[in-house]
Design a protein around this ligand. Sequence first.
Ligand SMILES: *Cc1c(COP(=O)(O)O)cnc(C)c1O
Length: 415
Amino acid sequence: MAFTNEVRGTYQKELEELRSAGMFKVERCIHSAQGTDILVEFPPGAPPRKVINMCANNYLGFSSHPDVVKAAHAGLDSRGYGLSSVRFICGTQDIHKQLERRMTGFLGTEDTILFPSCMDANSGVFEAVLGEADAIISDRLVHASIIDGIRLCKARRDIFSHTDMEDLEAKLQLHSDKRRKVVITDGVFSMDGDTAPLDEMAALCETYGALLFVDDSHSTGFIGKTGRGTHEQYGVMGRVDIITTTFGKALGGASGGCVSGRKELVEMCRQKARPYLFSNTIAPVVVAGVLRVLDILSQSTERRDKLESNSAYWRKGLTEAGFVLKEGDTPIVPVMLFNAKLAQDFSRDLFDEGIYAIGFFFPVVPKGQARIRTQLSAGHEMHHLEKALAAFIKVGKKYEIPGKTREEIIARYGA
Ligand SMILES: *Cc1c(COP(=O)(O)O)cnc(C)c1O
């Protein structure tokens, strides 16, 4: 009975504070498989309604693709439901080794190690390959899992301004006395949809003797001419030393992640990375699904090509309609509204029009940069995009947004 009413009260107060600060997250319940057309219950308790999903990481439309589901079924039948073990005791099957080889081939690296998630990959890799004598230099906007991974390791930390190559060079000079230096960035930044300039970063790393580490979770499968990732897009395949990525986004959306790169670094993870050593093996059903995704991707670039043309159509449509977007050419298209309440109201009105796209505001994005982050998928057909565009324009007109500049929107609604 140590959880006294007094203790309970302190937590209730903290939760109340989150609510009153507008930072309390409410989950919306989906009553269907993940996909382009989904059944969403919102507000909680309301009958589920069919909406077009514009906010999933289902970039290639594999989340409930019939071939992937079928392969997962077959994996379940042939390799069972779970491994009940970590990899190094008795949790490694032939299909896990096969997936590691396939990812190595796909990413053009030397070796790959699977993790229960990319969060775990990022949590484990720094501590496994770096020590006190080393330095990690990260882009200011890297993903939370990278920040946590860096915290778990004893290397010296430093930050460079977002995609600022002059600042990165200054930091590389500053840490030139360290034994090893690692520069880490997201390939595609998920909030803004912009990419890291990997060609310039690779050149700087080579000049200053630093390793280059890219988290390509929002790229693997569709960025670059054949979808290998940002290293393909920037022409630096073979020059990135560590890539982490997830199977929880474009590659089927179930779960799992990996570290891929120089074989000695991968081997260090196999020997020392704690989330690898002490967390259960990825379920065989998931491995079988990802293997099928890789088969499909190796047969043609049709899905990533369709995603690219969908993204271009969507960006052009919103721009011509007069919305303020974040610049970029990825399937992440943020529609800027600047004000947190406006973003929430806009999202709710879109839902009423049958479009599911969530408002993002502080602390997920900086204050005064509230937005609706839209994400495209190869699963979107033209009729989905036309309907979604019409809804954005209709709701936009209600709030008199189209044609307004950032300054005009902020003058009216605040930031
Ligand atoms: C989504 C994401 C992760 C986490 O991936 P999981 O496999 O879901 O843990 C890590 N890094 C980046 C950049 C991401 O976008």
